[in-house]
Every structure is written in C-alpha cells, then in structure tokens.
Write a protein that binds this ligand. Structure first.
Ligand code: SAM
Ligand code: FES
Length: 359
C-alpha cells in the first residue's frame, strides 16, 4: 500500500478534516490491498453507525413523463421512442398498499418531472399512504417551495433530489435549461421544511474528474444529507450520450465506500444501477458501505417503460418474488431486514472512530 494512501485513510477515518486531497487519494485505491483496506473501513463504519439492518424502501415509478431534457436519461422529453404512462392515484395507492402488506416501512414515490400531478393530487396520495403508518419519500424533481411545503404538511418524511454532479459547469452541459443554483435552492428549501433530504451523484459522466467526485462527497457532507444515492452512468441508446461508456463499477464502489467514511450516518442504497451492471453488484455494495435496497413496486405492465437506462433488473419479478429474493440476499450476507422505517440518523452520531487503518 502506498504511504500516502494509508495516511489519507487514517485521516479520513478519524475525521481529521476529510479534505479534498485525501478523498481523491482514496478514490485512486489500487486493486488488492488498498481497495480491501478501504472497503474494510467502510464496512466497519457502516456497522458502527447504521448497524446490520438493511432497509427495504419500496419504489413506485408512477409516471415516466418528464418535462426535462437531461442528456443521460432515457426519460428525457427528447426521447420520442419511449411509450409514456401515468398511473392514476388509485393505481398508485394499490401499489403502495401492496408494499405495506409486504412489510416495507418506506414507500418511495418516484417519477419524471411531470406537472400533470398537481401539488394537491400528490398531497392527497401522500396523506392516504401515511394512514398506513409507513414513511413516505418523494422523488419527483424540482417543484415550487409551496408544493414541497404542501407535501410536507401532508406527511411526507423524506425527499430525494440528486445533485447529479457538484461541478456546476458539467451540470449545465448535461441539463439544458436547468440551473445548478436552482437545484441547490430546492435542496435548501427541502431542508428548511424539515424533510430528511437525500442527494446523490452519477459516476462516469463525460468529462467528470476524480476531483469532481470528491466535490460530490464534500457537497453532500456540507448539506448534511440523510441519504446519498451513488450509481454508475449507464448509456441509453435514445440519448445523446449513447456512445459514452458506462461508468466504472469499481470506481462507483470506491465512491460509495469513501462516502460512508465521510458521511458515516447516511443511508446509502445499493443502487439498482449497480445491480444492472453486475449480477452481484448490490451484494458487493452492501459489503462496501451500503445499507439500503430499493425493491420495485411498479406494476409489471409499466416497469419496462420506466427506462432511465437499458437492462434494468427486476422487470419481470412480482413484488413478492423481489421481497423473497432480497431477504435471501440480505440473510446470505449475515445481515437482517429492518422492521422500522429507518429514519435519518444525523442527530444520533456515535463515536466517530472506527478500527485503525491497517498499514
Ligand atoms: N425526476 C426526478 C428527479 O429529477 O429527481 C427523479 C427521477 S430520475 C429519472 C432518477 C435518477 O436516475 C436521476 O436522479 C439520475 O441520477 C438517475 N439516472 C438517470 N439516467 C441515468 C443513466 N443513464 N445512468 C445512471 N443513472 C441515471
Ligand atoms: Fe427483484 Fe431480486 S430484487 S428479483
């Protein structure tokens, strides 16, 4: 192991600053000893902060209409080849009920940015789901502060809004007509309104550097996020980035592990994108810092059309099969399925120190 790597791992693990240079060094962890040491520390901090429980958050992808034109995303308004669907409120509630009956303690409502669902319509759906005693996470993009407030009053607990990249110049290249400042303003509003806020990035975007990835992690720490979704870029054939190679899985694992070191209290999903690039990707992620899995509750007839990227896993399995499969996976790793909503842990930070880095 390189001396500079050992020193950076020690400093970041002991929370002596976690500066950008150290993070960049950790992101260059070499296969073998360095990667193993990094993953061991991430797993140790995962145990210490969030324990052996794995939270299952059931996701309902209720609309694939999107007014945005994100250059990496298959739901972009520019993708005219994609058949579009919207679930009506009754269908959304039926899918949510199925998730509650399967024992999921959090229901995530996700969609493209689709103003067809007014603030009031979504508030009504949130309020109905809350009556079943589960947590509700919204992930529906940029809306007005008033709408965020309405949903919070209706009982929404959490909001996921990935910053995608902390490099404002790269952000504006990838998101025509959108602004980095607006994204940050939305994240600020959500925090002010008392949501448990999640953000996240994409690993392997064109022109993205290790410094950009270090900035992603530092930005999420600054925002004190409760959740951080970290997934590799996967090219979609109907986007302008179709020929850009997929993000590296190994780099994605390293970003995940370093995020666990720098934001140890955060809930970190083993993302579907990781599972899409490798059959055991989610298991690997769970052993490298992750503690959340997000099974799909979208009715089968719509699932294939929620095509953010191609090859997405679990398109055919019934929700019951996913539940069984995931429980088997979690038990196989010696972990347990959480039986509570797994709210944010930011306020309950245990002692920061983990096992010393090995030389
Ligand atoms: N519209 C909502 C929003 O803006 O937050 C949520 C839905 S969006 C489709 C969900 C996430 O998918 C995005 O935040 C982005 O990180 C991810 N995503 C989209 N296209 C992707 C791709 N080609 N590869 C990897 N991740 C992608
Ligand atoms: Fe869906 Fe395994 S998680 S089948």
């Amino acid at each position: 192991m390189r001396r500079e790597f050992i020193a950076a791992l020690e400093r970041v693990t002991a929370d002596r600053g976690a500066d950008k240079e150290d993070i960049v060094v950790l992101l260059t962890a070499q296969p073998g000893g360095e990667e193993e040491a990094l993953y061991r520390q991430a797993d140790a901090l995962r145990v210490r902060y969030v324990g052996d429980e794995v939270h299952l958050r059931g996701v309902i992808e209720f609309s694939n209409y999107c007014r945005r034109r994100c250059r990496y995303c298959g739901l972009t308004a520019d993708n005219h080849a994609l058949p579009r669907y919207r679930m009506d409120p009754e269908e959304i509630l039926a899918a949510a009920r199925r998730g509650v009956d399967l024992g999921y303690k959090t229901i995530v409502l996700q969609s493209g940015e689709d103003p067809w669902y007014t603030g009031e319509v979504l508030a009504e759906i949130v309020a109905c789901i809350k009556e079943w005693g589960v947590a509700v996470t919204l992930c529906v993009g940029e809306r007005t502060r008033e709408e965020y407030e309405l949903w919070r009053r209706a009982g929404a607990d959490r909001y996921l809004l990935k910053h995608e990249t902390a490099n404002p110049e790269l952000y504006s290249r990838l998101h025509p007509g959108m602004s980095w400042d607006k994204r940050m303003a939305c994240l600020r509003w959500l925090k002010e309104l008392g949501y448990q806020v999640g953000s996240g990035n994409i690993v392997g975007l064109p022109g993205q550097t290790l410094e950009d990835l270090a900035d992603d992690i530092l930005l999420m720490r600054e925002l004190e996020v409760e959740m951080a979704g970290i997934g590799p870029f996967i090219p979609h054939p109907h986007t302008t980035l179709r020929t850009h190679p997929a993000g590296s899985l190994d780099l994605t694992y390293r970003v995940l592990a370093v995020t666990r070191l720098v934001i140890p209290w955060a809930h970190l999903p083993a993302t579907t994108a990781v599972g899409t690039l490798s059959p055991n990707g989610r298991q690997m992620a769970l052993q490298r810092g992750a503690n959340v899995v997000m099974p799909n509750l979208t009715p089968k007839k719509y699932r294939a059309a929620y095509q953010i990227y191609p090859g997405k896993i679990c398109l055919e399995e019934a929700p019951e099969d996913c539940r069984r499969c995931l429980e088997g996976m979690i038990r196989g790793l010696g972990r347990i399925v959480a039986t509570h909503p797994g709210h944010g842990l930011k306020g309950r930070r245990p002692c920061r120190r983990a096992a010393p880095a090995e030389g």
